[in-house]
Design a protein around this ligand. Sequence first.
Ligand code: SAM
Length: 276
Amino acid sequence: MSEWISDIVGPGYAQSIQVETVLYEGRSAFQHIQVASSPMFGRMLILDHAVQTTEADEFIYHEMLVHPALVSHPRPRRVLVIGGGDGGTLEEVLKHQVEHVTMVEIDRDVVEVSRAFLPSICGRAFDDRRVRLLIDDGIAFVQQTQEKFDVILVDSTDPKGPGVALFSEVFYAACARALTDDGMVVAQSGSYIFQRELTEHVREHLRSVFPMAMTYWAAIPAYPGVLWSFTCGSTRHDPRSLTHELIADRLRLVSTRYYQSQMHPVAFTLLPSLEA
Ligand code: SAM
């Protein structure tokens, strides 16, 4: 069986990936869930017909969502992950000397399907004693929590279905309240090329609640348009001011395949038309 999955990101543009085998298919209370294998990308997690992560390039997305913030913050001890059901973000966070990681994922089925069919992505992250997994709506959690986090990572789907609220000003304002005085938040902010409005929307919202907000990018082949953006809101630490030496020192104990100290300034260098 060979068919193609088409990820439509905007008017007039879709990216199609060949699918060989569907290993899992089901519908949860929140979304349609598939795990399929592709000759080019290996096993892929697909939610509501949009590719979320693939074995071939998940490391690029997860490393770039996690490490720029965790090396920008001098002592990230308490981290909150919103979404991230595949466990890839969690695995990267646990490479750092963090003491406690809370992960708030709305859909238990995504976690269980990922643990069963995508072990190369989540590894043993869900079994780490530093991890607290909560099955809950991320926006409700940040609005209610009295806890304070050093870094909040928003590994959400696109702004569809349960993910819509995770792109709202109300959500980012609640994140700002759930951070320590020198805390930072990073959110995936869509295709750098085909979802420019979304990227700017996220940056404007973060800019309205943080003294600093900036966008950076990475090349992720499985994502439509390949160039993907992340947007950071920070109260004190500016990722753009880090030296190569400081990044290399803070990455000393962290193994990475894509994110390197040399890569950091490149990622924060945007096309002039999208300059922060
Ligand atoms: N890397 C992917 C991307 O950029 O499209 C995201 C991957 S991750 C699988 C996205 C996760 O966000 C999903 O597991 C989904 O269930 C979760 N999610 C969506 N809305 C949520 C919400 N309101 N609260 C918590 N998790 C949510």
